[in-house]
Design a protein around this ligand. Structure first.
Ligand SMILES: [Zn+2]
Length: 551
């Protein structure tokens, strides 16, 4: 009898085991089916704590849906300096830092061309759909491939890749070198979505139709808070001393009559500085989804979206403003609108989304000062004057500094050679001099960057942001909460946590439900998405996939 029982048990176990294996096999097979669409969402200047601070006021279908049904990496950071828009976007999609992808700033001093260059400016290509003299654009200063390029290579160019953002750099860098299109917004008198002949000779009909409709103009209306302003208890008083506001309005307080204010604030450009910029971006994204039939066949398409407006609004009003709270409550509804559209048109479970930011931002230092928290303002003019005086005294030369920008000093190497000076020595003498200046916390020479391998701290962030060919001769880091900016509004760029800590949410096909406080870096995203798609990693990617988020 006993024997019989055990025998039955064994049979049952074998049977259960067998059926479990069978289920597993079905799961594995399902997970091999690629998502029809991958969507990368970057929110320009979104701090991690905007997810938690405004959590109770968010709808169930936007940020919260991604946080609760997807995977929430709560301790995700930039691992390089400077934390600016162009290096941020390039790093998300290349899976490496400026050290390798070469996008060392939004603008930087080009040592060969001997002039300041813009990250996506390229005079060999012409604007499409605009008369704007700044829209000569390509991704060619980015030196390596993106995850979007790798998808194109993997599918013999059958995948469609489209980048959309109000800022050209937010559209062009994520879409990569081989994209079908990148679109950005020209405000001014135009109010149109435009592109470059790097991608196309004319705008597709759906984009032309969008531009000729009243889709943009209808947002030149009054910006008031979405809900009763008295319920916005997660932000400071509307009237305070730390916000810039708009030209033509005395106080930075609600409501804002945008039609009236547009005349003094760049016409359609004013929309970029309001949450309606996010809605216009969402409207255009949905028009692109429909016009290009993205996610409609079995070849994976990739849509990159960057919401630029939160950055303009953050610079203007700061981290604690009612305007910021309103922007995120409204963006939440735009995200919900996007997800609902993907559910309906691509299908629940057929698409994958990730959401992150290109950098975060510091509290307005003048506000921190009022709370006795260490902070301050670095004055570039005084710095330049002090440095010049030192170089004249030490080397009897007033013209050794060619440029100062992105926390780097560029020296005139020809002049140094002419004067028979030793470059390394000049670099080090500047480091030793400026470390005594107010608000300069650390300084390193390019020589040190070449000859030391840093494994942690601010110095390793500087090293990850240092490109041997493009970067300057001396690298500087300020004290915490010190910025070079006006006393109203705020900025970003440092390696402190207020600038590096950004959201990272994965959601949809192939993604587990869960969350972690384990530290992740921004450059982990591209290899993770590559792994999900079963494609090669971007060619200079310096990380491995976040296995724990993948199903
Ligand atoms: Zn910014």
């Amino acid at each position: 009898m006993k024997y019989h029982f055990t025998y039955l048990m064994a049979l049952m176990l074998i049977f259960t085991g067998y059926s479990q294996n069978n289920n597993q096999q079905v799961l594995v097979e399902n997970s091999k089916v690629k998502p029809k669409l991958v969507v990368g969402i970057v929110v320009d200047q979104m701090r991690y704590d905007y997810l938690t601070r405004f959590y109770d006021k968010y709808s169930d279908g936007g940020f919260k849906r991604m946080m609760n049904d997807g995977y929430d990496c709560k301790n995700n950071h930039y691992n390089f300096i400077p934390t600016f828009t162009a290096p941020g976007h390039a790093s998300i999609y290349t899976g490496t830092t400026p050290k390798y992808h070469g996008i060392i700033g939004n603008n930087w001093y080009d040592k060969v061309e001997k002039k300041s260059v813009y990250c996506v400016n390229d005079d060999s290509f012409n604007p499409v759909g605009t008369e704007d003299k700044y829209s000569f654009v390509s991704p060619r200063r980015m030196l390596v491939t993106t995850v979007t390029d790798q998808l194109k290579l993997h599918t013999q160019q059958q995948s469609k890749v489209i980048g959309i953002a109000m800022k050209d750099r937010g559209a062009v860098l994520p879409a990569g070198h081989s994209a079908n299109a990148a679109y950005w917004f020209v405000g001014k008198d135009e109010g149109n979505w435009v592109s470059s002949d790097y991608y196309m000779t004319e705008l597709p009909k759906w984009a032309q139709d969008f531009n000729t409709s009243d889709a943009v103009e209808k947002y030149l209306k009054t910006w008031n808070t979405l809900y009763d302003i008295n319920t916005y208890t997660e932000s400071g008083p509307d009237l305070n001393n730390f916000e810039k506001g708009f030209k033509g309005k005395e106080t930075a307080t609600f409501p804002y009559d945008l039609k009236k204010l547009s005349k003094d604030n760049g016409n359609f450009d004013i929309l970029k500085e309001t949450p309606f910029g996010n809605s216009i971006t969402t409207d255009f994204v949905l028009a692109a989804m429909k016009g290009e039939q993205l996610g409609k066949d079995d070849v994976t398409d990739f849509l990159t979206i960057s919401y630029s407006s939160p950055d303009y609004i953050g610079h203007n009003f700061g981290v604690d403003a009612k305007e910021i709270q309103d922007t995120y409550l409204r963006l939440d509804l735009d995200i919900e609108r996007l997800l609902n559209y993907f559910d309906a048109e691509v299908g629940v479970g057929n698409y994958t989304v990730f959401l992150t930011a290109d950098h975060a931002a510091v509290h307005v230092p003048a506000f921190l000062e009022s709370l006795k928290i260490p902070s301050g303002y670095f004055d570039n003019k005084t710095f330049k004057a002090q440095l010049d005086a030192f170089l004249i005294k030490k080397y009897a030369a007033a013209d050794l500094v060619e440029d100062i920008g992105n926390f780097q000093i560029f020296l005139d190497r020809n002049r140094i050679a002419q004067l028979n000076l030793n470059l390394q020595e000049v670099q080090q003498s500047i480091v030793d001099e400026i470390i005594a200046y107010d608000f300069i916390e650390r300084a390193y020479s390019a020589h040190t960057m070449h000859n030391t391998s840093f494994n942690g701290g601010i110095e390793s962030l500087l090293q990850n942001g240092y490109h041997q060919k493009r970067s300057g001769d001396v690298l500087v880091s300020f004290n915490a909460a010190v910025i070079s900016y006006s006393r109203k509004g705020t900025t970003h760029g440092s390696g402190y946590l207020y600038d590096t800590h950004v959201p990272l949410l994965f959601f949809g096909k192939g993604i587990k439900t869960g969350s972690t406080f384990q530290k992740t870096d921004i450059i982990d995203i591209a290899p993770t998405i590559s792994a999900l798609l079963g494609i090669s990693f971007p060619n200079a990617s310096t990380r491995v996939p976040l296995e724990f988020v993948l199903d």
